[in-house]
Design a binder for this molecule. Structure first.
Ligand code: FE2
Length: 335
């Protein structure tokens, strides 16, 4: 697997230490209590010749912003949450970004006629890219993560493949445009961990993505802007028994600078029960809800999504709680 950097992981401490890394202001450090050794590849770079079509991605965002009818037609194909999300244009306190959220499932609901109108505006090139990314890298990355999570002295590794047969994946495009309700805000995407197994993030060369140092919670390390990065999420954390950490990350905006990214989210199948796999090292004490098998992926996704949409400005929390998503998830998962 010469194209996958995971077997020779670049764990968080190996990322370049930021000059003047600044402590996170006003947020309590939240770390899985079991933070495992720094040699696990819960953050890794992916060496790939594949390039995200950032010209097409920028073109698609420009088209949807300039043509409300096109955006409305696309959002009507997924009325539950929409596809093109632009809350940041009106809301200065939410994440200051625009997103396009697609998935194989949602694409099946896009009529051919609509797709034909979007095709020349970058849509088809974006879909070609995600198709190639899944074909070339999804299984190798998952295999490498599973092999690495077995711990020293184990031959077996963790076989994630049987839990990912249905391709519960999402395609996300992000436009950290300066043209939002709060042009000077540095908040592109608030600190969080992803819910799934892993995410593959392509960046357009503009700095902004940061991961939290596991050794120094609250210290943020910039990810080199020209690398493709693989980050593990909560599902990997539970399934691996805590061996793979869910990596806390965020995006900081540089006022006046546009940044584009393309992310493939890979999660277990919706009916999978989230608990440590038998072959996983048990490095973490999980809650009764986890160990007794009460938490399915579909339930967990919904639970996290509630907090998420609040942060992203696309919904209000019904209960009005202002608890951070990380603390909420830790209470749920950990003993
Ligand atoms: Fe994320």
């Amino acid at each position: 697997m010469a194209d996958v950097a995971v077997p020779v992981p670049l764990a968080i401490p190996n990322l370049p230490t930021p000059a003047g890394a600044k402590a996170e202001v006003g947020a309590a450090p939240a770390t899985p209590s079991s933070a495992s050794s720094s040699s696990t590849p819960d953050v890794a770079f992916l060496d790939t010749p594949l390039r995200a079509p950032f010209d097409a991605i920028g073109q698609l965002f420009d088209h949807l912003r300039a043509n409300p009818a096109a955006a409305e037609a696309l959002n009507a194909t997924y009325p539950t949450r929409g596809v093109f999300k632009a809350a940041a244009v009106r809301n200065g306190t939410s994440d200051q970004k625009l997103t396009v959220d697609l998935s194989p499932n949602r694409l099946s609901g896009v009529p051919d006629a609509l797709r034909a109108t979007l095709a020349p505006h970058g849509f088809d090139r974006v879909l070609e890219f995600f198709g190639a990314l899944m074909t070339q890298h999804l299984d190798p990355v998952m295999g490498a993560l599973g092999a690495s999570a077995a711990g020293e002295g184990s031959n077996s590794g963790i076989d994630f493949a049987p839990l990912h047969r249905a391709r519960n994946v999402n395609f996300r495009l992000c436009d950290y445009t300066p043209d939002t309700a709060a042009p000077q805000s540095e908040n592109g995407c608030g600190a969080h961990r992803d819910y799934g197994t892993f995410s593959i993030i392509f960046q357009d060369g503009t700095a902004g993505l940061e991961v939290e140092s596991p050794a120094r919670p609250g210290v943020w390390l910039p990810v080199p802007a020209d690398r493709v990065v693989v980050l593990c999420g909560w599902s990997a954390f539970v399934l691996s028994g805590g061996e793979l950490r869910a990596v806390r990350h965020r995006v900081r905006r540089q006022p006046g600078v546009r940044r584009l990214s393309a992310v493939l989210f890979v999660a277990p199948d919706l009916d999978v029960v989230l608990r440590p796999l038998p072959t996983a090292k048990q490095t973490t004490r999980f809650s009764n809800a986890v160990t007794s098998g009460e938490i399915s992926v579909s339930w967990f996704k919904e639970f996290m999504g509630k907090r998420w949409r609040y942060r992203e400005g696309n919904a209000q929390l019904e209960d009005g709680e202002r608890i951070t998503q990380d603390v909420d998830i830790e209470r749920l998962l950990l003993a």
